[in-house]
Design a protein around this ligand. Structure first.
Ligand SMILES: [Mg+2]
Length: 246
């Protein structure tokens, strides 16, 4: 991908930043399925050095669950928010996460039955969320959307969250912005300049929060509808940018 036509590149990471990083499409290239992503060699070491430099004020802010993040970056266990703000593990290591509602397992089975008709469609069990993926099965998009809309009626308080070739059923009330706000009220993030990099529409909630606190929002990619103040072309550019401050 080429650089964003309008937004400037971000400066190299500085000592006084609180750095928040989306994972898929930002730190990592997308893969056909969520489990198939590859962590570039050297990235864990860069993240570790940056975290040290920022006094611990570095967190992943992802749509993945914490379990998945820990698996991908093992043996690194980073401060992180998972499931678009639903789960959060602070710098102290304490995890806050909700429980799935009753009858949720049955719904997961029904989703799998719908996806089974479309080879390549993937149903992702994310604890309290269900991710419906059609990156490898574009023909499944309508069926998965139809299923999700019907399922909403059986899940009070839930909403649909669209992403890149994915639709997610999730409880309302939190997003990447609420997660970043919560981190910014705690040590070692509080009092630092918030910076958030991400590629997806769901990252815009986080961009709004960091912009409101005189921070910096970095869009990865060249999407036009964004409130981001800066941009990087792709995960390779993100890697080089992080390495320049590590
Ligand atoms: Mg992303």
């Amino acid at each position: 991908m080429s650089p964003h036509p309008i937004l400037p590149l971000p400066p190299a990471p500085a000592d006084d930043w609180a750095l928040f990083l989306d994972v898929d499409g930002c730190l990592l290239e997308f893969a056909d399925t969520p489990d198939a992503v590859v962590v570039p060699e050297g990235l864990p070491a860069i993240l570790e050095r940056l975290r040290e430099r920022l006094g611990g004020a570095l967190a992943l802010v992802s749509g993945r669950g914490l379990k998945s993040l820990d698996t991908i970056f093992a043996p690194l266990r980073l401060t992180a928010s998972g499931l678009h703000g639903l789960e959060r593990r602070g710098h102290d290591g304490e995890v806050r996460a909700p429980e799935p509602p009753p009858g949720f397992d049955g719904l997961l089975d029904e989703a799998r039955a719908v996806a089974a008709a479309y080879p390549g469609a993937v149903i992702e069990d994310k604890g309290v969320n269900i991710g419906l993926h059609w990156r490898r099965a574009p023909a499944a998009a309508d069926a998965l959307r139809g299923f999700a809309e019907a399922a909403l009626e059986r899940l009070p308080g839930y909403r649909l969250q669209p992403g890149d070739h994915v639709l997610e059923l999730r409880p309302g009330g939190s997003d990447k912005g609420t997660a970043i706000s919560a981190f910014l009220q705690e040590a070692p993030f509080a009092g630092r300049r918030p910076v958030f990099a991400g590629d997806d529409l769901t990252d815009e909630h986080g961009f709004v929060v960091v912009n409101a606190q005189e921070g910096m929002s970095i869009l990865v990619g060249d999407r036009a509808d964004t409130v981001a103040t800066h941009a990087l072309a792709d995960p390779r550019a993100v890697y080089a940018w992080l390495a320049s401050g590590a």
